[in-house]
Design a protein around this ligand. Structure first.
Ligand SMILES: [Fe+2]
Ligand SMILES: [Fe+2]
Length: 373
């Protein structure tokens, strides 16, 4: 039984889950097309992650039951930002946060809200339409909703605290360190947000895989995941606990988004005669690390109590290594240490009861489901 939003448990599950190469004559585009033209029920083995020829409107039989499980599990982390009491956060922001902590808080919100809109557009407009099995699209439809919900959550925090919305939402355009991260992500999104993209062409499929890898492993799995930490550092000290609780829910979603995306990439690699370009992957890690380091310097020119720019960047490297292991790649930053040993515990619902006074522990609805990959 795997706790599906525990990042450590997911890692141990996924790093051992390899996908067999499945390219064969039996699965050639021509053979699939031929079988798809009759009126027999869809065969699971004929489904493909992309470039499939089976009827997209037949859900079962599943070829990717793990994807359906992601959908079922995602529905157990269901909340709205209105469920969380923000009253104490207003007091904390006005009377307890130092100017340096306010700077951290506002910029984290500013960065995350822009990123979540971008994530919603990426999955909803560029990725989902390219999937050719409905069980994959259904989880991604849920993901699109979750990204919108996250945007609502940030808006709720910004509104509750009475922050200047025009200024906060525009910050990614005027703060170079935030702008740079968004610019990198937009470049990857623009490369695949084309209606004429033809994934039956090897070079186009390679572009798509590298883009989705970036979004799952870096954008969601490392930048986003790491992006919540400064707020959790405040929450640990009893500050901005409402925002911290909201971010815990979001983080659970993001752990699933990242592992789902990497699983999709693994299956595309198995089903097609394509590979990740290791030189390009190295470039992706290096560019992401450099942008994250600049962002950390801007966010924390001086440390706040319990959190520094060095913690932020070291934790990025540590998390990036975890993502690499999940997709069976070499660690990009060997030797990176866990700078925030409390973080996994904080995001693990089973262990946090004495740590938080909120009702996170009881929030999960429905029974526990096990992973089935
Ligand atoms: Fe999100
Ligand atoms: Fe996400």
């Amino acid at each position: 039984m795997v706790n599906f939003w525990d990042d450590q448990e997911i890692e141990s599950k996924f790093s051992t889950a390899t996908v067999e190469k499945q390219v064969s004559l039996e699965h050639s585009a021509e053979a699939l097309q031929k079988r798809a033209s009759n009126v027999d029920p869809v065969r699971a083995e004929d489904k493909r992650v992309v470039n499939g020829a089976t009827d997209i409107n037949q859900l079962a039989p599943f070829k990717y039951p793990w994807a359906w499980n992601y959908f079922l599990n995602a529905n157990k982390n269901h909340w709205t930002p209105l469920d969380v009491n923000m009253t104490q956060d207003i007091q904390d922001y006005q009377h307890k946060l130092t100017p340096a902590e306010k700077h951290v808080y506002e910029n984290v919100l500013s960065y995350l809200t822009t990123s979540d809109i971008l994530a919603m557009r990426n999955i909803g407009l560029a990725v989902m339409e390219k999937m050719s099995a409905p069980e994959l699209q259904i989880y991604q439809a849920r993901q699109v909703y979750e990204e919108a919900l996250h945007t609502w959550t940030y808006q709720h925090c910004i509104e509750s605290l009475g922050l200047d919305q025009g200024e906060i939402y525009n910050r990614y355009r005027v703060v170079p360190q935030i702008h740079h991260k968004i610019q990198i992500a937009n470049r990857r999104l623009d490369a695949v947000l084309r209606p004429d993209m033809d994934l039956s062409k090897k070079d186009e499929l390679e572009t798509f895989i590298h883009s989705y890898f970036f979004f799952a492993a870096i954008f969601e799995g490392s930048w986003f995941y790491n992006g919540f930490s400064p707020i959790f550092a405040l929450q640990r000290r009893g500050l901005m606990k409402g925002t911290g609780e909201q971010f815990q829910y979001i983080m659970r979603d993001e752990v699933m988004h990242a592992s789902f995306g990497m699983n999709v990439v693994k299956h595309i690699l198995a089903e097609n005669d394509v590979q990740l370009d290791m030189k390009e992957i190295r470039n992706i890690w290096d560019e992401a690390e450099s942008a994250e380091a600049d962002y950390a310097k801007y966010l924390l020119p001086e440390p706040i109590l319990g959190y520094s720019q060095q913690d932020h960047i070291e934790q990025f490297r540590f998390v990036a290594n975890r993502r690499a292991r999940q997709i069976a790649l070499e660690e990009p930053f060997p030797g990176a240490k866990c700078a925030l040993p409390w973080l996994d515990e904080q995001s693990n619902v089973r262990k946090e009861k004495n740590f938080f006074e909120t009702r996170v522990t009881e929030y999960q609805t429905g029974g526990s489901l096990s992973w089935d990959d």
